[in-house]
Ligand binder design. Sequence first.
Ligand SMILES: [Fe+2]
Length: 291
Amino acid sequence: MALQVFPQGSVRSFREAYPGSPMHITHQLVGHPLLEIEALARLAERIRPEDLEHNAAVDLPLGISNAETPSNGLTVHDTIASIENCGSWVLLKQVQQDPAYRDLLHDVLGQLRPEIEPVTGEMLNLVAFIFISSPQAVTPLHFDPEYNILFQIRGTKTMTVFPAADSEIVTQTFREEYYNGRPRNLPWRDEFGPRGRDIHIAPGEGIYVPILAPHWVKTHGEVSVSLSLTWRSEWSFQQEDTHRFNSRLRRLGLRPAPPRPFPRGNLAKSVAQRALARVERTLAKAGSGPG
Ligand SMILES: [Fe+2]
């Protein structure tokens, strides 16, 4: 990509913030033909159906569980076609399965590689998501297991970001259950409100969201389109392994120490978890053989 996506000032600010602090950035992706609503409607027709999510999204409580999130009664394609009026939220996941979006993901994140890799090591598992939202849509409180830059393409939204280390908002046991398959939405308590930072974005602006930092999002008076580009690091995989290993220890009645925060690694528990998981996979395979 010849286009320089990030102005130098944003790159400098990103370097200072990464990886622990949320930050507002500016970018040059508005008007990109792959991010127009018509292109996104066509993309939704050709990506894997399991990579499409949609639901009703207006007047949702911040702490609604994934199971309680209401359907809007429409197909995802009809939802996109009527997004201005249907009070909904659409997520296109893993859009790098389409070669043009894969190139966009790698081109854009490649421009920050010199800032990222000296700090958190090799960028792993690059994944792109696209959010299409009606006016006044709410994405309830949750956290994500990736480093994320959210690029606002159309409309405006406000993300309220909370510290990743706030162990009242996300408890150790919630994280452990999440890494064992529990859905991501978090319970909300009003006392959490003042601990968050509101970051408002319009087209041409974006947010770096630190890994595991809880956040909720609200769109304003127009249709919103946002692109989310994410990556992982070896530290983040070790942290995930440690939560899974800790849940094993907890099942044995122990009270394990939480994963060590960045930049300290979690190698021992990660190695143990990976070894146990390998044994379990081998046993499962042997148990499912003929006979
Ligand atoms: Fe998120």
